[in-house]
Design a protein around this ligand. Structure first.
Ligand SMILES: Cc1cc2nc3c(=O)[nH]c(=O)nc-3n(C[C@H](O)[C@H](O)[C@H](O)COP(=O)(O)O)c2cc1C
Length: 247
């Protein structure tokens, strides 16, 4: 789809928790169409509005100013990273539409979402994404540096950075800014000849593989920004993006 545009969107996105308004009816129609287009590989995205979803009773409400969200629904047979991969494509498309978003695994009322959606027996609600017009300043949360993400000592890191192709550097930099639950970044990156790999390194409250899927989409967006396209090859818990063409 919009891989190249997603790189720019990835740089401009941060989690928005304070909104000035929900999306307009026209935008919601656009979002519903977008969700239909992006859904696939065992992941279904449903966009809707429900006031009760963000009201958390006595506990301080995390999301304010919108009642719009996308429910990310996963089939039991879906590959574990697919929720992150598909969901982040939706997030970055929202960014391109000028809308703010926040992935939410915990800060919402699950029962209120479940009362609005029909789940078949082989499906589960994995998480939701709040959507609306941003009512806060852009701010970039601190991330692990590339050396930490690659788990290399300084000497090896300097050598690898000097040797890697520009598309590989763009890919790992884009993975570095990927959102992850509690900003844990539970993955390791490895750069090999003609490929970039992601390995999961932590459970992260059950979101470790969702986080890896988000990082995978960012790797592909970074590569595409530098004109490189490719395919994912999965082996022994390693997700490897292999370049196959340059435009
Ligand atoms: C799978 C997932 C679940 C998340 N769940 C929550 C949540 O329940 N509450 C919340 O406030 N933020 C949640 N976040 C947002 C992260 O805290 C945020 O992405 C991270 O701190 C990085 O900040 P940034 O998105 O502004 O770059 C979640 C993010 C992901 C990817």
């Amino acid at each position: 789809m919009n891989m190249k545009k997603w790189y720019k969107a990835a740089e401009e996105r941060c989690s928005i928790r304070k909104y000035s308004a929900p999306p307009t009816d026209y935008e919601i129609t656009q979002l519903i169409m977008l969700a239909e287009q992006i859904s696939g590989n065992g992941i279904r995205i449903e966009v809707m509005r429900e006031e009760d979803v963000f009201s958390t009773g006595l506990i301080k409400q995390v999301i304010t100013g919108t009642d719009c969200f996308a429910a990310i629904i996963e089939k039991n047979t879906a590959q574990p990273f697919m929720t992150g991969y598909i969901g982040e494509a939706f997030v970055l498309e929202c960014t391109l539409l000028g809308l703010g978003t926040c992935w939410l695994g915990a800060s919402y009322k699950r029962s209120a979402v479940l009362s609005k959606i029909d789940l078949s027996e082989d499906e589960k609600l994995r998480c939701i994404i709040s959507i609306g017009r941003s009512g806060q300043e852009f701010s970039r949360r601190k991330r692990k540096n590339l050396r930490q993400l690659m788990k290399l000592d300084s000497e090896d890191f300097d050598r690898e950075i000097a040797q890697m192709a520009p598309w590989q550097l763009a890919a790992i930099k884009c993975a570095q800014i990927a959102p992850t639950a509690i900003n844990a970044q539970p993955f390791m990156l490895e750069v090999l000849e003609n490929s970039v790999c992601v390995m999961n390194t932590g459970w992260n409250f059950g979101y470790g593989m969702v986080d890896c899927g988000i990082a995978m989409l960012h790797i592909e967006a970074g590569a595409a920004f530098d004109g490189v396209f490719g395919k994912w090859v999965m082996k022994d818990n390693v997700m490897r993006f292999e370049s196959i063409s340059e435009d």
